[in-house]
Design a protein around this ligand. Structure first.
Ligand code: HEM
Length: 508
């Protein structure tokens, strides 16, 4: 029998096939074109409009992601092709309120597994509905509005630290909202999840960035990069000997270690206090022995809740301050509403902040134009079903479907002059606006679990700033630096959001 090697050496010795380069390129292009045509003709998605290259590959999606511009790039496709677009051989994205609801019932796409922590799934990443429902049931109660009052004193304490910090600059030095608000949220969320005061804002008084504040912002970005950079290259990049970069790559370990350490502490306590999420989960685990919830599950779940809440809320509030720094008219109106309702800093409670329609409208408008998760949220039509109907489009099992806040929030049929920042649009009831609004994700079982804490924190931050300061953009803070970039979570292009905070002469 002829060996493969001898065949190979024989073929190497045969005369070279002498094809001129232009012909070779032409043949290659024809082959690609033929492959695309066959795929297009045979694909059950062939009737769905989209760019020609989407029939062949999804490489362009990684390219958009690496430019941190995916939601904008996909938005352009909607503008060109309509409300249903095939963006890759097996991915179809939608932009309509009815599709939004239909998509919400399907399981998350397998890409979410990239956010697992040391391979362990959690509320955010469970793909199968049963595991997800079981975990969500345990966690959800902790974040209901009636339970949030349990740590209101911690929020009030952090608010007074925040205003002291801002007053310290005396309006002379611009301060980066992304940094101090993340520190604020780390203090708030750690008290809810682990019942510890980590003192992140205190560190900032000493001009020290708290390690946990870096870790909560590094984690999603590190996992996002890991998901788009090929693994061998990523393993090489991780070896770069730069202290900050190494810490960036260790964000997952840092967050898990802090949760595990707290868990060891609580395990030595005879009566675990259930007012923290960790305490609640530990007590659930001891009462439901048949329902497996391991030590690792609890630590992982708590770590992910800390991460999910800090970055989203602080980024949204930073973009809110950006709008306020340009719009003294809005500042005046919020201030008037707060003083009319006798809201004072040291007595601010969730209940008081519920009764403020203009502040609500302002925050909705911030969440509309600066949704902290603007990107395509992907779900997969489960195998086992032949197909499902999304709107009037037939989608076969196994195909990925998605919808993104960036586009839903800029739909001119729902929002008049969608690119303009107009809080007043929320003062009148509008079904069209409400049905397209998805800053907390796809409505339904996978929507944000921490929505109420997120909103309470946003209201508290904005009220505290508006009652005490006039805000102006920092010298280097411009439309260009504040342009939204999309790294799964939103961030300003300049990676900073600096403002001057000028203390008001009359304090409210
Ligand atoms: C302004 C604040 C916030 C915004 C805009 C926001 C937004 C979102 C969005 C868009 C999703 C869905 C993501 C997806 O489907 O891929 C989500 C899910 C989630 N969020 Fe938030 N979030 C905020 C605050 C919080 C807070 C404070 C916490 C925790 C304390 C939290 C915990 C979670 C969790 C655990 C999930 C996964 C829920 C599930 O799949 O069942 N979020 N959030």
């Amino acid at each position: 029998m002829q060996s493969v090697l001898s065949y190979y050496s024989r073929s190497m010795n045969s005369p070279a096939l002498d094809i001129p380069l232009p012909y070779g390129l032409f043949a290659f292009a024809c082959a690609l074109g033929l492959a695309a045509t066959i795929r297009l003709l045979l694909s059950p998605l062939r009737g769905i409009p989209g760019p020609w290259y989407a029939n062949m590959s999804d490489a362009h999606l990684s390219y958009y992601a690496l430019r941190f511009d995916k939601s904008r790039a996909l938005h352009k496709l909607f503008l060109s092709y309509g409300r249903v677009v095939r963006i890759a051989p097996r991915i179809v994205m939608f932009s309509s309120a009815s599709a939004l609801r239909a998509i919400g019932s399907h399981p998350k796409h397998s890409m979410y597994a990239v956010f697992n922590m040391r391979g362990v799934s959690h509320t955010f990443t469970f793909l199968d509905s049963k595991s997800h429902a079981g975990r969500r049931r345990v966690v959800l109660g902790h974040w209901l509005p009636m339970n949030l009052t349990s740590h209101e004193a911690d929020i009030t304490h952090s608010v007074s630290q925040l205003t002291s910090y801002l007053r310290g600059s005396d309006g002379q030095t611009p301060l980066d909202a992304l940094v101090f608000l993340r520190h604020f949220m780390v203090d708030v969320i750690f008290s809810y999840v682990l019942e510890v005061r980590v003192g992140a804002l205190e560190a900032l008084f000493e001009n020290v960035t708290h390690e946990l504040s870096d870790a909560v912002t590094d984690f999603p970005k590190e996992h996002f990069l890991r998901s788009v950079v090929p693994t061998p290259l990523w393993n090489l990049l991780k070896l770069i000997p730069h202290e900050r970069w190494r810490r960036f790559c260790r964000a997952e370990d840092i967050m898990l270690q802090v949760a595990e350490e707290r868990m060891r502490e609580l395990q030595t306590t005879s009566n675990v206090d259930t007012s923290s999420l960790m305490g609640r989960m530990m007590s659930y685990a001891s009462e439901h022995k048949g329902d497996p919830l391991s030590v690792q599950d609890i630590a992982t779940e708590c770590a992910v809740q800390l991460i999910a809440g800090a970055e989203t809320t602080s980024t949204t509030a930073s973009f809110g301050l950006w709008e306020l720094s340009k719009r003294p008219d809005i500042v005046r109106r919020i201030r008037e509403e707060l003083t009319d309702h006798n809201i004072e800093l040291n007595s601010m409670s969730g209940k008081d902040l519920h009764r403020l329609p203009y502040l609500d409208a302002f925050l909705k408008e911030v969440l509309r134009l600066y949704a902290p998760v603007p990107t395509l949220l992907m779900r997969t039509v489960p195998k086992g079903q032949h197909h499902v109907m999304i709107g009037d489009v037939e989608i076969p099992a196994g195909v990925t479907v998605g919808v993104q806040a960036w586009t839903m929030h800029r739909d001119p049929d729902a929002f008049i002059n969608p690119e303009e920042f107009v809080p007043e649009r929320w003062l009148a009831e509008s079904d069209a606006q409400n049905n397209n609004f998805m800053p907390f994700g796809i409505p339904g079982v996978r929507s944000c679990i921490g929505k109420h804490l997120g909103l309470l924190s946003l209201k508290t931050i904005i009220a505290a700033v508006v009652l005490n300061f006039d805000i102006a953009p920092g010298t280097d803070t411009t439309e260009r630096t504040m342009r939204v970039k999309d790294a799964f979570v939103a961030l300003p292009a300049g990676q900073k959001a600096e403002f001057y905070f000028r203390p008001l002469v009359t304090e409210f």
